[in-house]
Design a protein around this ligand. Structure first.
Ligand code: UT7
Length: 314
């Protein structure tokens, strides 16, 4: 294989909507604070659905959009930090439910940057000849790990899944997934946490905020350069949906004048590893992106980790 490309995208969100007004009945907060500081209006919360349920439902849609069958898939990669069960991994549960025969299946936990990490490893596996067709999923049920009495965190998160199907490109065909730009800041590994001693999401919000708006725009530009795509040609910038002010701050420094700036956070909240494929899938469903359009994906979060790449729309 000379490269890989995305051939199907799909997403799933639970039906239960939790608005800012609902949260104001639960903790000392209000719609004005949440919208002005974070940009969130509402989020979806899973009730009966598990992480594997949501991942499977998103993967089914991506598979249907790709025109492949489950039996064509030989690699399943799931990015998540919120699966409750340690074993089996979510990838193998999803493969079973989809009816994928005997794929390589593994989970990746790099928190909110997870989808771009997972996509990169699937791209690498196919280009190395270790797989031919992969499903890559970002999924989170952070509501299981939220302290619903802590106003500084409970207003932020939502539950969702997003998935893509990728395959190899051959001969002269242009690769549809660009090189990944990835890395981490190990000395800041503890600024976002879900720990055994306190099994709820906790973060030093302002530390993450400052890092995100100062360090990430040059790294996202590097991902576009690595793909050989001019910033003027980027059709959409799909960043991790952590905070609308962060997204707009990075976008301003990016200088991608023709790019749609994904802002799904407004209606979905921060869905961690699901946020990038979820926002991408909605842009495609809404007809906002043409086939072949270059989209800059960029995830960042706990670790602190980051990863991004340019993909061409299916
Ligand atoms: O996705 C994983 C990576 N994480 C991120 O990227 C998160 C990055 N950080 C952020 O997005 C922001 O730091 C937050 C949205 C988490 C917080 O916004 P902030 O502007 O940094 O607020 P803050 O934590 O500095 O709090 C400011 C004030 C405080 O009150 P005082 O001390 O100034 O009186 C808080 O107690 O706002 C108060 N506050 C609230 N007020 C109403 C905190 N949470 C709330 C709330 N409603 N929900």
């Amino acid at each position: 294989m000379t490269g890989t490309r995305v051939i199907g995208v799909g997403h799933y969100q639970p039906s239960k909507v939790l608005t800012n007004e609902d949260l104001a009945q639960m903790v000392d907060t209000n719609d004005e604070w949440i919208q002005s500081r974070v940009g969130i209006r509402e989020r979806r919360i899973a009730e009966d659905e598990t992480v594997a349920d949501m991942a499977t439902l998103a993967a089914e849609k991506a598979l249907a959009a790709s025109d492949l069958r489950a039996s064509d898939i030989d690699l399943v990669v799931v990015a998540t930090c919120s699966a409750v069960d340690r074993v089996p991994n979510t990838a193998c549960r999803v493969a079973d439910r989809l009816g994928v025969g005997s794929p390589a299946g593994y989970d990746i936990n790099t928190a909110c940057s997870g989808f771009s990490y997972a996509l990169a490893t699937a791209d690498h596996a196919i280009r190395c000849g270790s797989a031919t067709k992969a499903i890559v999923i970002g999924v989170e049920k952070l509501s299981d790990w939220t302290d619903w009495t802590d106003r500084s965190t409970c207003i932020l998160f939502g539950d969702a899944a997003g998935a893509v199907v990728i395959t190899g490109t051959e001969g002269d065909e242009e690769p549809g997934i660009g090189p990944v730009v990835w890395g981490s800041v190990p000395e800041m590994s503890d600024v976002v946490r879900i720990e055994a001693s306190h099994p709820y999401i906790a973060q030093e919000g302002q530390t993450v905020f400052r890092w995100a708006i100062t360090a990430l725009a040059p790294l996202a530009r590097k991902a576009a350069e690595a793909a050989g795509v001019d910033m003027d040609d980027i059709a959409a910038f799909v960043a991790h949906q952590a905070n609308l002010r962060i997204i707009e701050g990075i976008a301003k420094k990016l200088k991608a004048p023709n790019a749609i700036i994904a802002s799904d956070i407004v209606e979905s909240g921060n869905t961690s590893a699901a946020s990038v494929p979820l926002a991408l899938s909605k842009l495609i469903d809404n007809g906002e992106l043409k086939t072949g359009a270059p989209v800059l994906l960029f995830g960042f979060g706990g670790g602190l980790t980051y990863a991004g790449q340019v993909i061409r729309c299916p």
